[in-house]
Design a binder for this molecule. Structure first.
Ligand SMILES: NC(=O)c1ccc[n+]([C@@H]2O[C@H](COP(=O)([O-])OP(=O)(O)OC[C@H]3O[C@@H](n4cnc5c(N)ncnc54)[C@H](O)[C@@H]3O)[C@@H](O)[C@H]2O)c1
Length: 251
């Protein structure tokens, strides 16, 4: 297959290397990267392309999707923090009938981690003596905070633990109310992404932690998503892909 890497930064380059290794061809589209083949999304750049894989910038996600969709190209959206425009994106996908898949985190390991956190939250819902919190660490150049993955983890915890009703991201500069869920962020060095959820009682702490060792997990998952979306039409999330992967493993 042929994929267009929209955004040829840290993720785009990692995806290019892995995709070539899997026998795909790639083109890069990036207005800034000096070695990108194209500077903008156009019919010429997308000639023969089966899917765009977008890892660019939160402010560019919707306009990139619009351009690709109008040219009839499927989109894998890895860029985060555009989610306030979800309704608009759904409309564009419905109108143009492309295949679209997004994930706050394309790592299959992280998506399995979501399932583990969900099952744990359901279990811990009944154990009120345990408080719950989360935190995430990323490299110091990350544009958004909290991470998309932290947002998804927070939503999972809120949906499954009744005693947690409201979310506090960032700094807790006051004593927390019992119903507040605190999910904190720190930025440091080159960390590709670490997420931890803890359940804490007077006697002990249970911690669930996912550590990305590098960007390979995100890149590999995004390529799997691109292979999967080709030939489909409509709006999908990584959960649709994950369900298929899990049921294939059970066969
Ligand atoms: N969903 C996931 O699994 C996952 C994993 C890692 C990173 N991300 C997200 O992916 C995005 C990119 O991450 P990164 O670490 O590669 O960033 P990066 O800064 O290394 O690279 C981004 C690149 O996008 C380019 N760019 C900016 N505007 C563009 C546009 N309109 N069209 C094409 N290219 C454009 C920039 O010039 C830059 O080269 C961020 O939103 C990040 O949070 C998502």
């Amino acid at each position: 297959m042929k994929f267009a890497l929209v955004g040829y930064g840290k993720m785009g380059r990692q995806i290019a290397a892995l995709a070539l290794g899997r026998g795909h061809t790639v083109v890069s589209i990036d207005p800034v990267a000096v070695d990108s083949e194209f500077k903008e999304i156009s019919a010429t750049a997308l000639n023969g392309v089966d899917a765009c894989i977008d890892f660019s910038h939160p402010s560019q996600a919707v306009s990139n999707l619009t351009l690709a969709a109008e040219l009839g190209c499927n989109v894998v959206m890895g860029t985060t923090a555009w989610y306030q425009n979800m309704d608009e994106v759904r409309k564009i996908v419905a109108k143009t009938q492309i295949g679209f898949i997004y994930a706050t985190n394309f790592s299959i390991g992280v998506n399995l981690f979501y399932r583990i956190v969900e099952a744990s939250a359901k279990l811990m819902d009944g154990f009120e003596e345990f408080d719950v919190a989360g935190f995430e660490l990323h490299h110091r150049k990350k544009a958004d905070s909290p991470s998309g993955t932290a947002r998804t983890l927070s939503e999972i915890l809120l949906a499954n633990i009744q005693r947690k009703q409201t979310l506090l991201y960032g700094i807790a500069d006051h004593p927390l109310e019992p119903q507040q869920l605190h999910f904190a962020s720190a930025r440091c060095g080159h960390i590709p992404g670490t997420h931890e959820v803890i359940f804490d009682s007077e006697a002990d702490t249970i911690s669930l932690k996912h550590t990305a060792r590098n960007r390979q997990g995100f890149a590999s998952g995004a390529i799997t998503a691109a292979e999967w979306i080709v030939g489909k039409s409509g709006f999908f999330t990584i959960n649709h892909l994950l369900e298929e992967l899990i049921s294939n493993k059970r066969k």
